[in-house]
Design a protein around this ligand. Sequence first.
Ligand code: NAD
Length: 510
Amino acid sequence: MTAVDRDRGAELVSVNPVTGAVVGRFPVHGAADVAAALERARAAAGWWAKLGADERRARLLRWAAYLAGQDGELVALLHEENGKVAADARIELLTALEHIRWAARQARRVLRTRRVLPGPFLADHTARVEYRPLGVVGVIGPWNYPILTPVGSIAYALAAGNTVVFKPSEHTPALGTRLARTFAEANPDAPAGVLGVVTGFGATGAALCAAGVDKIAFTGSAATGRAVMAACASTLTPVVVECGGKDPMVVADDADTRAAARAAAWGAMSNGGQTCAGVERVYVTRAAAEPFLAELRRALDGIHPGAGPDASYGPMTMPGQLDVVRRHVDDALAHGAYALVGGRKSVGEVFVEPVVLVDVPEDSAAVQEETFGPTLTVRTVADVDEAVELANGTAYALGATVFSRRHGDEIASRLDAGMVSVNAVLSFAAIPGLPFGGSGESGFGRVHGPEGLREFARPRSVATRRLALPGTTLTTFRRPPGLLAAVARAARLRHGGARRARGDSAPPPA
Ligand code: NAD
């Protein structure tokens, strides 16, 4: 969490969200500092790209090993600066390590030069697609997963041969600078700019958007995502935009209601509910509702926030988020919902106890807007059709969860979501080979997986003529008379135009 030391001017003071103790002081970098960081990254870009996929893989795996060796300190810092409990911090860290490993090991295969069939009219050619690094990628990160989320872009951008300038959230600058430092410590011979870092508030992020990087990978709120896109528009800087969600869970008649309830409890409350793809809404069919609600109450029995070792999850990292959570709970209760667990008094000054709101009107803020707190809405529906319709009824489309013993995949296929977990929660985020991202207010583009590597690569198409058979070149003014007509006849045959001309209604040959 952050405070600004007004007496000292442009300084970012990171404080523990529970105790208020100072975690660290960081510069507020302006446009000139960002330009200098970009220059360092540009200077390192040629060196890093020329290393090749195998050497980059070795260096990224060394980074992962170094991070793994520091897990105790990193978990402690995640707790100190973000507030998350050790379990949440460990899960974040081990998932981040898996992503570095996957990106490092798979980049060569995913981004290898690919042969493409040239087609019959250019049969004398060979064709290929090469994947080149973009150059320098600017990564702008949020505070809720201050290691995992940036790693989801940084590791993939580095593996694809780019260098990176990283702007961590103003709420977690100590974690952001530490992350960049570990890369340098694991690779002491690498130039400084391979993974650089700039600290500051939104203006520093805006300066990075305007600095002339080759792509911005932004993760944060949709409102900021729009500002990032607007800033990048003037230079046509491409962007990948990962924003929030209002992720639903569908619990069908044939669900294992205990497993579903435990998954909903963890998916909604872990990390204090501050998970972009956390479960925020449950739609449970009438047949499953009673056992599900009973199991949900049991699953949340004794679950509580805190800063001590027995706490289930930590505080609201960002004080402003408390107002959002309070407004959503108040609004839901004022509009006829009842609280199965917790209630108005659950929203404290630093911590929020678990809140489960039942039968909240679908048009209320608690159902339509991202709450980003340890709250959950549950609605009983007639059947899966109604559940799917309501699940698809927000402006977001990030992740979703389905619990059904027999129809999980079929229900999953009907949900508007970039990612779905069936009979488990949030699994898609921890499987590095799966692309991560959404649509609508959840943003666009993908991190993780092969698509996440290709986000940070520029395809280059090369067509090479191998044989120059006399009299077969169409793309010349000196083409032989009759060649174009012969090709046109062949095209008519190929696409079924001859049959059409005869009035034959059969489909063209494949
Ligand atoms: P935020 O939008 O407030 O800030 C994100 C980052 O953008 C910060 O580093 C901030 O300094 C920077 N920023 C602010 N204004 C900027 C500007 N004008 N130009 C450039 N950068 C600017 O978001 P947050 O509160 O840090 O993060 C929470 C949000 O992130 C939630 O909505 C959450 O769902 C989302 N999130 C999404 C994912 C995902 O992968 N889809 C992952 C984690 C978090």
